[in-house]
Design a protein around this ligand. Sequence first.
Ligand SMILES: Nc1ncnc2c1ncn2[C@@H]1O[C@H](COP(=O)(O)OS(=O)(=O)O)[C@@H](OP(=O)(O)O)[C@H]1O
Ligand SMILES: Nc1ncnc2c1ncn2[C@@H]1O[C@H](COP(=O)(O)OP(=O)(O)O)[C@@H](O)[C@H]1O
Length: 285
Amino acid sequence: MTAETTWLFGLPCSGKSTLAEGLVGPDTVHLDGDYLRETLNTDLGFSKEDRTENLRRAAGVAQALNEQGFDVIASFITPYRSQRELIYEKVDDVSFVHVQAPVEVCEERDVKGMYQQARDGEIEGFTGVDDPFEEPEPGEADLEVRTATHSEEETLKKINTELDIKFDPSHLFVGRWQPLHDGHRTIIDSAADNGKDVVIGIRDTELSEKNPLTAKERKELIDEVYGDHPNVESTIIPDVDTVAIGRDVGYTVVSVPEEVAQISGTDTRAEYEKSELLAGQHFGD
Ligand SMILES: Nc1ncnc2c1ncn2[C@@H]1O[C@H](COP(=O)(O)OS(=O)(=O)O)[C@@H](OP(=O)(O)O)[C@H]1O
Ligand SMILES: Nc1ncnc2c1ncn2[C@@H]1O[C@H](COP(=O)(O)OP(=O)(O)O)[C@@H](O)[C@H]1O
């Protein structure tokens, strides 16, 4: 599973931040308009140009986080089509969710009292009052959710189901995967092919003859194999030497079957040593 960005856009008070908070999970970063404007983007206002710059930076951060394995949930008004196009160009794997609610409903919610301030003329250029929100063209958004007529719970369920965001792991495989070989793949596939969400924990072992690949390199090899499996994620974990197992605590411990255990990591390493990936990389270090 490679990391991806889910971009929620819509009017102020449509429900973007609330939904984003409900979508964050492990290895997920929430980028929110308000937060970024108080931190990275304090120099920007709400002209079209400044909004575009705000979103360009946010898209850059999202892409950088995705490249480092973090999923991103972004919540920004993103009022112009051209801005959504820019984000689409900048973020390799992005899904857009239009968080829709009639402006009257948003105004009624008025979480921070800003619609009222805009109506009173205290703020100029407020989206939905005197600044545009360009409705998405049919087919532009990957998903539209209607928060005026559906509860937060229903909406979250719809996003999770239709965008397949929710990763609910039930199987954890801990190992060195030095390197990932057919024996490993047999046990991982036996769970993944049965529709289980799987986490592969990669022990961050020190380099040695028996541990020639860094954890990052092993993660890359695993992600190459499982990158297109939405239900398999890999994560680097500390080099633990003991796994303490509880009894009757809600999980089952399974040993690797004998025929799989016989597939040798040493033989596989020998094969890999001949390959370009390992040639002279760490043995001489
Ligand atoms: N003029 C004006 N127009 C719209 N919004 C305004 C404005 N001034 C301040 N705010 C507050 O800023 C939040 C929107 O920031 P974003 O970064 O999401 O906006 S944008 O995508 O760059 O258009 C927005 O937060 P949300 O209500 O969470 O959307 C507002 O609280
Ligand atoms: N289906 C829904 N999804 C999200 N928020 C909802 C929904 N229904 C009602 N709300 C309420 O609407 C408000 C949305 O505020 P917020 O999430 O800050 O919006 P935004 O980030 O778009 O400005 C919250 O008070 C939230 O409880």
